[in-house]
Structures are given as structure tokens and as C-alpha cells.
Design a protein around this ligand. Structure first.
Ligand code: ATP
Ligand code: MG
Length: 351
């Protein structure tokens, strides 16, 4: 297991300054077998690492001795992508699994299968991670019931896994880590936030984790990312200043919705639903495509796009709150974008 070579990965690899954190050990990817290499997530060079989050992940990576990391936060706040991009930078292969209500410990361990007339053992995600030194990423942790995770205490403590089906005890590779992501933190109070499929977790299970809370990006970072990630096919139609204004306006609506939702969580009745980066990205592309195609960019047109991107899924009060927030923030920008298409094409013609 130990002919795999390790290499220190500095903060610069995450786009951060050297004083953010000390280098973490990752794989020298050339030393990995092909079946491991193909599991290293593809680097998204534009993924934005918040220094505080990265510092926590680095400490955990270096000091946790097999204890898992619990990343919690609202939908679309970047939990899964940050976990994957962290691993991508470290050259770590990842095996992912999504928890569900009827999950059973055996799904993580593996199963017997008939292949070519023979019964063979097939390793599940936990055994693959334990044997080959991969990261086991468990998404939507609290979708599975508390007793399922209680039965997985060996996995959550980084202990050798006792495979009862084969009678083998599998030691954890020293590079193996477990990361879970979840919208809730396993509390009953969070059912009120709309995560109905979630199950209250056993305190003793939650106690085994390091914890990282993600609430979404800061407004300016989100605006920058929305702009940087605009597909070239849409960007090319518009003047850069108008595009920037649209990105800043959407980031503001996103930040306002999150702070209103947080205020609600501590007792104010505001009916605010946080608007995720995922939703803002979708809305960006819809607005840009509509403006580029000369579609309806007035208030009614904008409302139609907001509904398709997000608010059709909400109940009446939450819907009105979100629509007012987005329409107020974005206002006339779609119309300006449409005019900017004309101005940009006039400039091209003049050249
Ligand atoms: N920091 C970031 N830098 C770049 N892109 C980001 C960042 N955070 C989120 N995104 C993008 O936002 C989208 C949603 O992120 P992600 O899937 O990580 O959210 P999540 O918190 O896991 O959501 P869910 O709870 O719904 O699973 C992805 O397309 C991701 O690439
Ligand atoms: Mg996720």
C-alpha cells in the first residue's frame, strides 16, 4: 500500500496566500494506479476557496487522525463542490455515495455478485476507500436514519472495517479520509427550514466529527465568480460593464436572501428562502440568453425567468418575498443588457 508517493500541496494551489495554512500532503498522482487516478476530481480552476474554510480543511486534513469532517450548510452553498475541489488539488481519488432513508451499512461495505457463473465479492465505497487510500464522500448524510450511522461507528472513527460477509478485517489506509455533507446538522429544529426528508441524528455520532459550516460565498466573491463563470457564448454579446452590473445585482439579492433567512432562523418571521449560487447561475444564463435573443426583458419578462429559475417551487409568501427581492435588485438591467447587445453589434459594424 505504501509505494504511493506523497507530495506537499501549498496554499497557493488553492489560490490562497502562504500564511493561510501549512502545506497538506497529497498524492504524487503519477505514482497512483490508473483505477485510482481516474477517481481524482477534475480541477475547476475557478473554484473559489474561502480562506477560513480552507484553513479548517487543512487543519482537519493534517491533524484529524481518521476523524471525519461534517460540512453543513444550505443547498447550493458549495459543500460538495468544495470537498471535491479540495481533493482535486491534493490529487486525492474520491468515492462518493448519497445517503438515503432506507440505507443499510452493507451498501457501504459491499456485496456478493455472480459474474461469469462465479460468486465474487464486490467492494462497496467504504472498503474501496479503506483499501486504496481514497476519500469517502457521503452526501446528504442525514437522509439516512440515526441507527444506520450508529451501526457505522467503525467507518466514522477510521477504525479497521470488519467485513462480516467475507470474515476479513480491513485496515484503513493512512491517506483515507471521510467527508460528509449535509443541509442540516442533525438537529430536530432544522426540519422547520424545509429539509423534511432529514432525520435527527444521534449525538454520539455527530460528536465523532470535525465541523465546517458553509453559508455561501460573500457577496463580492459571489459577484466575481458569477462573472468569471459566464459562458463565453453568452458573454460575447454584451458590454462588460453591463454584465458586471447584472452579476453584482444578483449577488446582492443572494446575500440579502441569505441574511433574511438567517434572521428568520433566529426568530424573526420573514419567510425568506436563501437563494443559492446554483439558482443565481441559472438565472444569469436565462437573462443573458433572453437579452441576446431580443426576448421580453421588461418586469413581466424578468418575473417569468425568476419563476422558472426558482420561485415556482415556493409557497405563496416565500415566493412573493423572493420575487420582490430579485426584481428590486435586478430591476432594469435586462433591458440595459438588451440595449448593450445593440450597442456592441453597432460597434462591431462600425469597425
Ligand atoms: N466556492 C465556489 N466556487 C465555485 N463554484 C461554486 C462555489 N460554491 C458553489 N459553487 C457552485 O455552485 C453549485 C452548487 O454547489 P454544490 O453542489 O457544491 O452545493 P451543495 O452545498 O453541495 O448543495 P446541496 O446541499 O444542494 O447538495 C455548483 O455548480 C458549484 O460548482
Ligand atoms: Mg451537495
Amino acid at each position: 500500500m505504501s509505494d504511493l508517493l506523497l507530495t506537499p500541496v501549498p496554499a497557493a494551489r488553492f489560490g490562497l496566500s502562504a500564511d493561510t495554512f501549512s502545506a497538506c500532503l497529497g498524492y504524487t498522482t503519477d505514482s497512483l494506479p490508473v483505477f485510482s487516478k481516474t477517481r481524482i476530481p477534475v480541477i475547476n480552476p475557478r473554484h473559489f476557496f474561502t480562506p477560513g474554510h480552507c484553513r479548517t480543511m487543512s487543519l482537519w486534513w493534517r491533524l484529524s487522525k481518521g476523524e471525519p469532517l461534517y460540512i453543513s450548510g444550505p443547498s447550493g452553498s458549495g459543500k460538495t463542490s468544495t470537498a471535491l475541489q479540495f481533493c482535486a488539488r491534493l490529487g486525492m481519488p474520491v468515492v462518493s455515495v448519497t445517503a438515503r432513508a432506507r440505507m443499510d451499512r452493507r451498501e457501504l461495505i459491499g456485496h456478493w455478485s455472480v459474474r461469469g457463473g462465479e460468486t465474487v465479492w464486490v467492494d462497496g465505497p467504504a472498503l474501496l476507500a479503506w483499501k486504496h487510500g481514497w476519500v469517502l464522500l457521503i452526501n446528504e448524510f442525514s437522509a439516512a436514519p440515526a441507527d444506520m450511522w450508529v451501526s457505522c461507528n467503525d467507518i466514522l472513527e477510521g477504525l479497521p472495517i470488519d467485513n462480516e460477509a467475507t470474515g476479513l478485517l480491513v485496515e484503513r489506509h493512512p491517506m483515507t479520509r471521510v467527508i460528509v455533507t449535509d443541509n442540516t446538522r442533525g438537529h430536530s429544529a432544522e426540519i422547520d427550514d424545509g429539509f423534511f426528508g432529514r432525520q435527527i441524528q444521534d449525538r454520539s455520532v455527530i460528536d465523532r466529527f470535525w465541523h465546517l459550516r458553509m453559508e455561501g460565498l460573500a457577496e463580492a466573491d459571489e459577484a466575481g465568480l458569477l462573472e468569471a463563470e459566464t459562458p463565453e457564448s453568452l458573454r460575447s454579446h454584451f458590454r462588460p460593464d453591463t454584465l458586471s452590473r447584472l452579476c453584482r445585482a444578483r449577488a446582492k439579492a443572494g446575500a440579502d436572501s441569505r441574511s433574511a433567512a438567517n434572521a428568520q432562523a433566529i426568530g424573526f418571521e420573514s419567510h425568506a428562502v436563501p437563494i443559492s449560487f446554483r439558482t443565481l447561475t441559472r438565472l444569469r444564463d436565462m437573462i443573458l440568453a433572453t437579452a441576446a435573443e431580443g426576448g421580453e426583458t421588461g418586469r413581466e419578462g424578468l418575473l417569468g425567468l425568476i419563476r422558472t429559475a426558482f420561485t415556482e417551487a415556493l409557497d405563496c409568501t416565500a415566493r412573493e418575498t423572493a420575487e420582490t427581492l430579485l426584481v428590486t435588485a435586478i430591476g432594469r438591467i435586462p433591458g440595459d443588457l438588451r440595449r448593450s447587445v445593440r450597442a456592441a453589434s453597432d460597434e462591431t459594424e462600425a469597425v
